[in-house]
Design a protein around this ligand. Structure first.
Ligand SMILES: Nc1ncnc2c1ncn2[C@@H]1O[C@H](COP(=O)(O)OP(=O)(O)OP(=O)(O)O)[C@@H](O)[C@H]1O
Ligand SMILES: [Mg+2]
Length: 577
């Protein structure tokens, strides 16, 4: 709790000035609010006395001044604290996004995007609401409560004690309701996360849903979750409205008691009628803050729960830490895997004692059955994951000692499946190099054999593509990925050859583009094509996460029966088909 508050306060720190202005305006507004009943009392006091026009005018003038001052003070307070709250939320959002950019891929392996989206939207909204009511009201209500109680005592102690006796009831009821609301809000939030997941997955997988005629199934999943949220939300409404009703009734009862007993006190001569009017107005200012404070209590509890979910993201440690201690002037491109072991979870080792090296400019092909760990091995080089044992060296330096961004700048990856962003073809090729010139982009596209098809598109390089590149064929997407790599012009290349067979023409275009790309670069290629393994300087045969053999194609066919088998089943066949 203390830590949570300190966390929230740290977001407030940069906006001290706004906070101070808001608090001062709040104090002025509170003082005006407190003075208001007293001014009303003065007006009536004059009325109950022999007519004195001047005194009446002064009293009404005072009332007007207090009212106007109070309104303006509230206006300033709301502006200042409103801005403050929004700025804090903006910073928090930025920090979350920053953390998401930092987190390693293992986080995303285990995370549903819906949970993150839901935190960014719903939790933020809740926090924002809690912040503004928290910042605005708590102090104000607490202050005016204390001042009012003091004033009431000075007017009529007996009546005040009766008023105060009802307060604990209101407080207890509000607290109970608050706890209930908090629990329901939490589970509603989780449910909303599930719903977002269903939605996100439906959008990404719509082609599968429609191809397999899964509409009914998907509809059912969505409807069940949607209905569950409705149940939770209705439960939430029930609790809050019941709380509202109870508090309203108590409030009415409270007023009745004050007026009834107050009338008796006036009749008994303990209180003037003007005092009673002021007393009633002040008494309302007791019940108001108590109810408001408990309402805020609910809001703040919701906000705290939201903040804790947000902090959970912010405090997730990144597995891959960037602590550079060495720098490379010029990268030659010598890559060495030295006794590398790796597992995604502690239990199941994926890579075992992997040792091999790639000389600068050399091409090494990785072959092995599906699930052998080829892609995993390739992911270690750009440090998407760090090995559990052993080390990977670039030009003799452990890659963990290099700046991770520098390291990744040296590597281009052409993955099995190309992810395209929902922007123009040009921007997709430039991919993070906004300074890339049009000539450079088009040159990269030409080298990737992509220029031709791009020019045939409606808007050429300016053609916008859907998020998932839906408007492009598989081969076209791959050539864009290759163009990205050409533009990046790195020392090291990682290719995960697509397993999906393309027609011979497309295949040949991609093949020749890749051959040009590989030229003079250190290349680690996960091979699915015969031509690739035949052209490789060295082939590493992976089986069950271990290296079975290393050699050229000719060597391995001679010496490694497993390779010969694999070659006959996987590669020779693929080439025929
Ligand atoms: N993110 C992950 N979390 C946990 N386990 C994983 C993850 N990715 C892959 N694995 C597991 O690691 C093993 C190796 O997977 P990998 O993708 O490296 O195989 P591969 O050799 O590239 O196979 P393929 O030829 O089919 O692409 C598999 O058993 C797979 O289930
Ligand atoms: Mg793979």
């Amino acid at each position: 709790m203390k830590r949570t508050l300190r966390g929230i306060l740290s977001y407030l720190a940069p906006y001290k000035a706004l906070f101070v202005v808001g608090q001062i305006a709040m104090l002025v507004g509170t003082a005006a609010g407190l003075a208001f009943p007293w001014m009303v009392r003065n007006v009536f006091d004059v009325l109950f006395q022999p007519q004195r026009m001047n005194a009446l005018l002064i009293a009404i003038g005072g009332l007007a001044a207090v009212s106007v001052a109070g309104e303006f003070a509230n206006f300033i307070k709301n502006r200042a604290l409103g801005h403050l709250g929004q700025k804090m939320i903006r910073d928090l959002r930025a920090n979350i996004y920053e953390r998401l950019l930092h987190l390693s891929l293992d986080y995303y392996d285990n995370q549903n995007s819906g949970d993150i989206t839901s935190s960014m939207t719903n939790d933020m909204a809740m926090l924002q609401q809690g912040l503004s009511s928290g910042l605005t009201y708590i102090l104000q209500q607490a202050l005016s409560l204390m001042a009012v109680v003091a004033l009431l005592f000075s007017m009529d102690a007996v009546l005040t004690l009766i008023v105060l006796a009802t307060l604990p009831i209101i407080l207890v009821i509000s607290q109970k309701m608050g706890a209930k609301v908090k629990a329901i809000a939490k589970s509603t939030q989780e449910r909303l996360g599930y719903l977002m997941n269903i939605l996100n997955q439906s959008i990404s997988g719509m082609s599968v849903i429609q191809a397999f005629v899964l509409e009914n199934y998907a509809r059912g999943l969505f409807r069940d979750e949607n209905d569950r949220i409705l149940d939770k939300s209705i439960a939430n409404i029930k609790v809050t409205t019941t709380a509202g009703l109870l508090i309203g009734l108590l409030n009415a009862l409270f007023l009745l008691v004050v007026i009834g007993i107050g009338a008796l006190r006036v009749a008994g001569g303990y209180l003037t009628p003007a005092d009673l009017i002021a007393f009633i107005l002040y008494a309302e200012m007791v019940a108001g803050p108590v109810a408001a404070l408990s309402g805020i209590y609910i809001e703040i509890n919701k906000a705290l729960a939201a903040y804790q979910r947000i902090v959970a993201i912010l405090e997730t440690p990144a597995e891959v830490v960037n602590r550079p201690t060495r720098a490379l002037e010029r990268v030659q491109g010598h890559v060495e895997f030295r006794d590398v072991t790796f597992s995604y979870d502690e239990e199941k080792p994926i890579l075992k004692n992997i040792s091999f090296s790639i000389a600068p400019g050399e091409t090494v092909a990785l072959v092995g059955p599906s699930g052998a760990g080829k892609s995993t091995l390739a992911k270690l080089l750009p440090r998407f994951y760090d090995p559990d044992g052993g080390a990977i060296l670039l030009d003799g330096v452990d890659i963990r000692d290099l700046d991770v961004h520098f390291l990744r700048q040296q590597i281009a990856i052409v993955p099995q499946e190309t992810y395209l962003f929902g922007m123009s073809i040009r921007d997709n090729i430039a991919c993070g190099q906004p300074e890339a010139s049009t000539e450079a982009i088009e040159r990269a596209a030409r080298l990737a054999n992509a220029d031709g098809f791009i020019r045939e598109l409606d808007h050429g390089y300016g053609t916008e593509i859907g998020e998932r590149g839906a408007r492009l064929s598989g081969g076209q997407r791959q050539r864009l990925a290759i163009a990205r790599a050409f533009l990046k012009d790195p020392r090291i290349l990682i290719l995960d050859e697509a397993t999906s067979a393309l027609d011979t023409h497309a295949e040949r275009q991609i093949q020749s583009a890749l051959d040009t790309l590989r030229h003079d670069r250190t290349t680690l290629i996960i091979a699915h094509r015969l031509s690739t393994i035949k052209n490789a300087d060295k082939i590493v045969v992976l089986k069950d996460g271990g290296i079975l053999a290393i050699g050229t194609h000719a060597d391995l066919v001679e010496t490694c029966p497993f390779y010969r088998d694999l070659y006959q089943k996987q590669f020779a066949l693929h080439e025929v088909g």
